[in-house]
Design a protein around this ligand. Structure first.
Ligand SMILES: *Cc1c(COP(=O)(O)O)cnc(C)c1O
Length: 387
């Protein structure tokens, strides 16, 4: 590549650096609730391993003891529609279906695949998508890949959503309206009132609800099935999706839906059709963890307790704290200042990542603290003082 061609990219990297928005990989080693970066051992407050299962060595050992070598398939070698439909997928889908009230379940390689695949498959030019302003990038990308018209409503503002529904529902140009949201939001740690959302949906016959529970699966509800279980609306969310890469300590995405939607997606969803399915051993691990998570009530309760304590502490320090969950942002505003504050906390032994635009809106850079069930209440005392 000539210098002239490279310069174009180098200039843009420099600009990111100037703005304090340059992203880089770090060398990470993890052990229990700690992470070591450049020889510094810190309490890991940036993990999505919300129940502490990914770092649990006993679980890992038990899984491998129970899984004989001839079942340790490290590759599916094709899409499920060719030769890759191993029994592990059908077993996990059956388990999901059973706990989610007999509804159909469909697996995906990742949450990202799921969200960039489902919407383009379902939403055509006669579809309107109404999406919360702060949905995850994967859903935005899914919307962009679809041919639907797209309108955003103000974050978590169901009155605004209702206004838009009143405006568009009578429009003959649209045969379907898909309302897209998360239950717990990744950046503010706040949550949608799913019971209210379902009530609104019931007033509009063209509406389908699409709810992403990436941060709630494993963490909320009696059995850890997410906010939909907690608020008793599992049967009312048409497209209930979530991921296994966070609290479930594995990898992949799932959809709970009507069997006709499942059959349709198998025929229309490109990331499902044209990508090699997950290694069966990963799916077996997801199943193993999923069964455990159903009964890990103590971990869920502990996580909720330390989350409430931290939310209150952050508020008492004078920060706005929208969070009602284990994701607790400390919103600072300016990027460079946020990066500097994160550095101070890291030096003190707390691994907290700064989150900057474009991940969050301009001037809302923040420290994003994510708690896991492995953290002890006393671990956070010094952190609160330093804030
Ligand atoms: C993490 C996340 C995803 C992506 O899931 P992966 O399995 O990591 O690809 C999708 N949606 C939301 C809301 C997420 O937070």
């Amino acid at each position: 590549m000539s210098k002239h061609l490279l310069d174009h990219f180098a200039v843009q990297l420099d600009a990111l650096k100037q703005q304090g928005n340059l992203r880089q990989f770090t060398h990470n080693r993890q052990q229990g609730r700690y992470i070591t970066i450049n020889h510094q051992k810190m309490l890991n407050l940036a993990s999505n391993d919300y129940l502490g299962l990914a770092s649990d060595l006993q679980l890992r050992e038990q899984f491998f003891d129970e899984t004989p070598n001839d079942q340790r398939w490290m590759s599916a070698s094709s899409s499920r529609l060719l030769t890759g439909n191993f029994p592990e997928y059908e077993q996990l889908e059956a388990s999901l279906s059973q706990v989610f009230h007999g509804r159909s379940a469909l697996l995906f390689n990742s949450g990202y695949h799921m969200n960039i695949g489902i919407l383009p498959a379902l939403a055509d030019s006669k579809t309107l998508i109404l999406a919360d302003k702060l949905i995850h990038a994967s859903m935005i990308d899914g919307i962009r890949l679809s041919t639907a018209k797209y309108v955003r409503y103000r974050h978590n503002d169901l009155a605004h959503l209702t206004q838009l529904l009143q405006k568009y529902h009578e429009d003959d140009a649209f045969e379907r309206i898909i309302v897209v949201t998360e239950s717990i939001f990744s950046m503010d740690g706040d949550e949608t009132d799913l019971a209210e959302l379902v009530q609104i949906k019931k007033q509009f016959s063209k509406v389908l609800l699409y709810v992403d529970e990436a941060h709630a699966i494993g963490v909320r509800g009696e059995q850890g099935l997410g906010c939909a279980e907690q608020y008793n609306v599992i049967d009312d969310i048409d497209l209930l999706v979530g991921t296994f890469g966070k609290a479930m300590a594995s990898i992949g995405g799932y959809l709970i839906c009507h069997p006709i939607i499942r059959d349709y997606l198998i025929n229309a969803m490109r990331p499902l059709i044209f990508s090699t399915a997950q290694p069966p051993i990963c799916v077996a691990w997801t199943e193993f963890i999923f069964k455990k998570v159903l009964v890990f009530k103590d971990q869920r309760q502990h996580l909720q307790q330390i989350s409430q304590n931290l939310q209150q502490a952050v508020q008492s320090k004078g920060f706005d704290c929208p969070s009602t969950s284990h994701i607790v942002p400390v919103i600072i505003g300016e990027s460079a200042q946020t990066v500097a504050k994160a550095q101070v906390l890291q030096n003190a032994g707390f691994y907290i990542m700064p989150v900057r635009p474009p991940t969050v809106p301009k001037d809302s850079s923040r420290l994003r603290i994510s708690l896991t069930a492995q953290i002890h209440p006393s671990d956070l005392d010094q952190l609160v003082t330093l804030l």
